[in-house]
Structure formats: structure tokens, C-alpha cells
Design a protein around this ligand. Structure first.
Ligand code: NDP
Length: 327
């Protein structure tokens, strides 16, 4: 069963103040939606890059420890690798019995990176969307999907309170699906580590084959990607079905061409990679690699940034944007 607006109410968190810890991709969207739903919000952010944004947006902005102390619901919205240190130094000492501690991704619970005290309500409320649409769709009256899992119910009201937050952020407009923390963690990491690279690389490979065979880079980029046609196809497909969109919108030439290659391009080796990636998520190898990367201040992220900035596809996109700007 899924929870919708009729199953949740902001009145279940009436009189409570919510501390949004971190004012980044998720924090900013959560905070704005909570405030517009009439929920008292305090932002906790260290005195760093994002703090001025929270202040400029008119929020009561404090240190992480002070924000946690001022609230009875605390949502931790900083990068997962930073959770252990911030949780033990700033949150644990300021959470009181009966407070609700929320995470937006199961990672730190699944891998025991935080250890909330027994008197706390603990739940996962995981948006299945990045930050901007969470805000945009709240404003247009819709919402985005979230997963929920009550990990500990100390007060007997953990689910009602979590759904109260979900309603205030707009998740129950779309639907909130109960999913175990372990499953949410695996799904999220698998999407990032298998599906997302497959999608990005398939665009890049298509582009590179065309350019190598003499096609104009900007025309290739537009047709494969930058026109938004493929993105639109996936958006429609998300509603009516992955194959249905080709059925309904494709010409016979298109349908014939698509069905002729479907199932032939990704071999058993790709599935095998998928299984290995999932195994590495489950057995903690990915966790170890991530923590090592974070401890060294993200050297491979830096390398990858340099690589993609100088890639032919990125250059073609810059060329195209320059054309648009000059128009
Ligand atoms: P961001 O990278 O946008 O977080 C940035 C915020 O975290 C800023 O406020 C920043 O403050 C603060 N921050 C960063 N490092 C530290 C640190 N070491 N100590 C204290 N504060 C720190 O994170 P996201 O919004 O992407 O992710 C937040 C949570 O939401 C994560 O658990 C993530 O898994 C989950 N999530 C994210 C989704 C997404 O689309 N991004 C989707 C669903 C869930 P400053 O720089 O000012 O110090």
C-alpha cells in the first residue's frame, strides 16, 4: 500500500519545529516546502558555503547543534559520507527522547554509520527525485515520489509524524511507498552506479560513433540528446509504459527499427556487471571506496570532472550553447 494525502496530515506534527540540517540540494527544497506548509523550520548549517543562502532566504539559521536542540524533528540533509562525524558531534548530544530523527537516504542506517539513541523515533523519508523538482512540483500543486520506512517507533507516533512531514513537503500528493531501509539503499545506489552510467554512456557512445563516421558534432548532439526528444520520451514512458510510448508515438519505420535492435545491444556481460555492482553495494566494498575517496578529498571526482569537460560531447554542447546565446 502507498500513502497519499488522505492518509497523512500536517496536523500530526502540529506544534513541532523541524530542524533541516544542511541547506544543499535537498535541504533547500525541504525547508521551503515545509515553511510554505506552515511548519516552523530552523536551518542548521556550519558557517560555510551554504549558510548565506539560508539566511538570504529568510530562515532562522543556526549552528547544526543549536538547530537540533531547538527542534523536535531533525532531518539530516548533508552528504552521506559526512553523517557519522556530524551525527556524533552535533546531533546525538542535542536529540532528546521522543524526538523524530529523519534521513533522506538509507545509507547511514543500512551501513551503521549513525547510532540514534533508543528513545528516538527514527525513520527514512527518501525522495526519489533531486532537489529542484521537489520545490517546483510543490509550487505547481503536484509532488514527487518518496519511500518511507519507520526504523524505530519510540513514541507510537513515528509513522504519523513522518507522514506529517511527507505531507508538508508534498510527497503524499504523489505517493509515499513503504520500502525497507536496506532495499531503499540498494535501489538508490544501484540506480546511480548501474542505470545512470549506462544511460549517460549510451548517449556518449551514440554520439562518438556518429562523429567518428563523419557526422556533424552539433547535429549529432542535438539528435541524440540535446533536443530533449529522448528525455521527453522517457518522461512519457514513465507514465504510460517503457514500450508503449514507441507503440503510440513511433512511425512504422521507427517501430520496426527499434524492435529490430532491442535486446541485441546489451549482452550478458552487462548483466554480469550489474550483478557485480549490486554485490559490491551489499558487501560494503562501495562504502569502503566512498569513505576512502571522501577522506582523500575526492581525487577521482576531480579527475572525472577534467575528463568530461574536455570530452568531444561536452565541447559540442558548449558550441551549441554559444549558438543559442548569439541568437
Ligand atoms: P548536498 O551535497 O546538497 O549537501 C550540501 C549541504 O551539506 C550543505 O548545507 C553543506 O553545507 C552541508 N555539508 C556538506 N558537508 C558537510 C560536512 N562535512 N559537515 C556539515 N555540513 C556539511 O546533499 P544532498 O542534498 O544531495 O543530500 C542530502 C541527503 O539527501 C543525503 O543523505 C542524500 O543521500 C539524500 N538524497 C539526495 C538526493 C539528491 O537528489 N541529491 C535524492 C534523495 C536523497 P556547507 O557546504 O555550507 O558546509
Amino acid at each position: 500500500t502507498m500513502y497519499f494525502d488522505k492518509d497523512a496530515s500536517v496536523t500530526d506534527i502540529a506544534g513541532e519545529t523541524v530542524a533541516v540540517i544542511g541547506y544543499g540540494i535537498q535541504g533547500r527544497a525541504f525547508a521551503a516546502n515545509l515553511r510554505d506548509s506552515g511548519v516552523p523550520v530552523v536551518i542548521g548549517n556550519r558557517d560555510d558555503e551554504y549558510r548565506p543562502d539560508a539566511v538570504a532566504d529568510g530562515f532562522d539559521t543556526r549552528s547544526i547543534a543549536e538547530a537540533a536542540a531547538a527542534a523536535s524533528i531533525v532531518i539530516l540533509l548533508i552528504p552521506d559520507e559526512a553523517h557519522p562525524a556530524v551525527f556524533s558531534a552535533d546531533l546525538a548530544p542535542n536529540l532528546r527522547d521522543g524526538d523524530l530523527f529523519l534521513l533522506a537516504h538509507g545509507f547511514s542506517l543500512r551501513f551503521d554509520r549513525v547510532d540514534p539513541a533508543p528513545g528516538l523515533d527514527v525513520a527514512l523519508l527518501a525522495p526519489k527525485m533531486f532537489g529542484r523538482p521537489i520545490r517546483r512540483r510543490y509550487l505547481d500543486g503536484s509532488g514527487v515520489l518518496a519511500f518511507v520506512d519507520v526504523v524505530r517507533d519510540a513514541t507510537g507516533r513515528a509513522l504519523a509524524r513522518t507522514l506529517g512531514v511527507a505531507a508538508a513537503v508534498g510527497f503524499t500528493r504523489y505517493g509515499v511507498l513503504p520500502v525497507s531501509t536496506a532495499t531503499e539503499t540498494e535501489l538508490d545506489l544501484f540506480q546511480e552506479q548501474f542505470l545512470t552510467p549506462l544511460l549517460l554512456d549510451s548517449v556518449r557512445v551514440a554520439f562518438e560513433v556518429l562523429v567518428e563516421q563523419g557526422c556533424d558534432p552539433v547535429a549529432a548532439l542535438l539528435d541524440m540528446h540535446a533536443s530533449g526528444e529522448m528525455a521527453e520520451m522517457m518522461v512519457e514512458a514513465a507514465t504510460i509504459g517503457l514500450y508503449e510510448v514507441i507503440e503510440q508515438q513511433g512511425s512504422p519505420t521507427c517501430r520496426f527499427g527499434v524492435q529490430r535492435q532491442l535486446g541485441t545491444l546489451l549482452g550478458e556481460d552487462v548483466r554480469e556487471r550489474g550483478r557485480a555492482i549490486l554485490a559490491g553495494i551489499r558487501d560494503g566494498s562501495f562504502l569502503t571506496a566512498l569513505e576512502r575517496e571522501a577522506a582523500a578529498d575526492y581525487p577521482s571526482l576531480e579527475r572525472y570532472r577534467e575528463d568530461y569537460r574536455s570530452a568531444p560531447l561536452t565541447r559540442a554542447h558548449e558550441e551549441y550553447r554559444a549558438v543559442l546565446r548569439s541568437a
